[in-house]
Design a protein around this ligand. Structure first.
Ligand code: FEO
Ligand code: CA
Ligand code: CA
Ligand code: CA
Length: 596
């Protein structure tokens, strides 16, 4: 069959056209349902959601806001744990009459703290079908909420360093809470890695830190003064005021490891993986068995990283494996184009060799206690990773978001969301379009297909936008047959190696969605839209289950449009009432494989 076994596998669904519906729109023959919504009980003693009478105590036991990364950990054929990140809160949609953090009630601020973090919920299905449901009865022993107030610990080379010490934690080993957890990954030993992204927005008085710290506050764009947009977490927890606790900001921006099968376990911030605006942390194994973690730093002109463990993964040796993320080498990527610079003019026009492509290298930054960066100690490299990467000539990318290795082809794919600030003079072959509104997807082929290697080849199979726009590229596929796509954010793969891409911020004026594109064979580049999300929402999570009978998406911030409020919501999804960020599942009505 056409495309079969070449990553093209059986994608026969009719694409969903771009639209502005306030609905989850799916292809003919498919069905969808909502698995879990903001406010749904997570802990068995949680109250039912009551929009007009929400409390911090209730929110601490209920599903949080703005669901993002989704992963499923099987517990047998028809039962599983679902882990979901809660990236951030939209107070102006959560509370009637909300006018900002300065006037918010302290209870509202505490609800905000409790609505961050992540959730573990048990889900089940009947008879091996594609629909999964929240388990709402019985013990649910694994169900858990992790919030901005959960006790955590640091591990790895920077744990206990002076830069991580505060009045409340003079040893610098016990951070409290996690914030802005965007995407993530899972480890081969069944734990979750969750990535703290835009932590800068939670602090005030970034300008009132000691002089030597100020350059780093700026480098991480931490707020100065007390902006009116601030949630004012500092009003209920003084640690968010950097004038009083200047190191508190250093305790966020990490990859956090959480064991969903041990609800009493302490989440661990793994300092060996560096500190930046982490988007994701997807793992794979090097050919010799070392663990590799791919990570993006999602801001304009930021970098792509990978961590390679010192020791090898040993299947079944759990105690050993759980040390792998504490010792290893953190690298940052440098991309070199193979076409003359004169052919890269920012227009997005392909160079004469027909491809945006070239070679690259992983530049080491730090390995355990050894720093490779002039003038910075190992701990400084880990805490101020952005500044370290600046010094070694890494390539500034167009917002590197999710990054994941294709389990079939071994290619590593990076979503580069957009960068409208890039000028024509700043265009390079890896970021070839100036004023890049729609983003692109970059493919890395590690040398010899080995994730542990330090050199790679790369190319850009997808330059996003309206296919009628000459400055787009769909791996050379017939552009009259592809769906328009804008602002790729999260990526995942199905078992056939097809690349699934979700979007955030569609600059073509229609709703965000989920797309699928084969990356091998005749169908390479044949991008099709599989679903769209409601008004104001972005599509997160995407997860195609191992049996390929279900696809999960996190519908984040439905109704997040300018001026929307509980009095005038712009979305009523999913209940016809106030919008509620929710995880949904889509399956084929006749139980066919997703994409059929
Ligand atoms: Fe939270 Fe980079 O998206
Ligand atoms: Ca080229
Ligand atoms: Ca994201
Ligand atoms: Ca995003």
């Amino acid at each position: 069959a056409r495309g079969k076994g070449h990553g093209g596998g059986d994608l026969r669904f009719t694409p969903v056209p771009p639209n502005k519906e306030d609905a989850l729109t799916i292809p003919d023959g498919y069905r969808s349902s909502v698995v879990v919504r903001w406010g749904d009980p997570v802990l068995p003693d949680a109250p039912e959601f009551d929009f007009d009478n929400q409390s911090a105590d209730a929110q601490n036991k209920q599903f949080g806001y703005n669901c993002d990364y989704v992963t499923l950990l099987p517990m047998g054929k028809d039962r599983a744990l679902l882990w979901v990140n809660h990236e951030y809160t939209d107070e102006s949609l959560m509370f009637r009459g909300y006018t900002g953090g300065a006037e918010a009630t302290e209870e509202q601020i505490r609800i905000g703290l409790a609505a961050h973090g992540g959730s573990v919920v048990e889900i089940e299905r009947s008879g091996g079908k594609g629909e999964w449901k929240l388990v709402t009865r019985g013990r649910r022993r694994y169900n858990r909420r992790v919030t901005a107030q959960t006790k955590m610990r640091f591990s790895g080379p920077a744990a206990g360093h002076a830069l991580l010490r505060t009045a409340a934690d003079p040893k610098g080993v016990g951070p409290v809470g996690m914030l802005n957890n965007c995407s993530g990954g899972t480890t081969p030993w069944g734990t979750v890695l969750t990535a703290e992204e835009n932590f800068d927005q939670y602090f005030v008085n970034g300008d009132k830190v000691p002089a030597e710290q100020k350059p780093y506050i700026t480098r991480y764009t931490i707020q100065t003064g007390v902006p009116s947009s601030s949630r004012r977490f500092d009003r209920v927890e003084e640690r968010f005021d950097l004038a009083k606790h200047p190191n508190e900001a250093n305790r966020f921006g990490w990859i956090v490891e959480i064991d969903p099968f041990d609800p009493d376990s302490t989440p661990i911030k793994r300092t060996a993986l560096g500190r930046f605006k982490h988007e994701a942390a997807n793992t794979t194994l090097a050919r010799d068995g070392r663990l590799v973690v791919y990570m993006g730093d999602d801001s304009r002109y930021e970098y792509i990283y990978k961590f390679v463990s010192k020791e090898r993964y040993k299947p079944g040796f759990d105690r050993h494996n759980r040390t792998l993320l504490d010792e290893g080498t953190l690298y940052v990527a440098k991309f070199t184009g193979d076409s003359p610079a004169s052919e890269i003019d920012g227009s997005g026009k392909l160079p004469a060799d027909g491809e945006f492509d070239g070679s690259g290298e992983w530049i080491p930054l730090v390995s355990g206690d050894k720093s490779y960066v002039d003038g910075m100690s190992a701990a400084e490299v880990l805490v101020y990773t952005r500044s370290a990467a600046d010094k070694v000539g890494a390539t500034k990318m167009d917002r590197p978001e999710d990054m994941e290795r294709n389990p079939v082809t071994g290619g590593v794919y990076v979503a580069l969301t957009n960068n409208t600030n890039r000028t024509a003079a700043e265009a390079d072959e890896a970021n070839p379009r100036s004023a890049n509104k729609h983003g692109h997807v970059l493919e890395i082929a590690e040398r010899r297909g080995d994730a542990g290697e330090k050199r790679f080849a790369w190319s850009i199979p997808l330059v996003c936008g309206d296919p009628n726009d000459a400055a787009t590229y769909f791996a050379g596929y017939d552009k009259s047959k592809v769906s328009p796509i804008s602002c790729p954010d999260n990526v995942t793969f199905d078992k056939d190696g097809n690349l699934w891409i979700s979007t955030d911020g569609n600059a073509l004026g229609t709703n965000d969605g989920l797309f699928v594109m084969p990356v091998k064979g005749e169908e390479r580049g044949h991008l099709r839209q599989f679903l769209t999300v409601p008004v104001g929402a972005e599509t997160c999570g995407p997860l195609v289950t191992a049996d390929q009978r279900s696809v999960f998406v996190a519908v984040q911030h439905p109704g997040e449009t300018d001026g929307a409020s509980p009095e005038e919501p712009s979305s009523h999804w999913p209940d016809g009432d106030q919008p509620r960020p929710s995880v949904a599942v889509v399956w084929h009505g006749q139980g066919k494989k997703i994409g059929a």
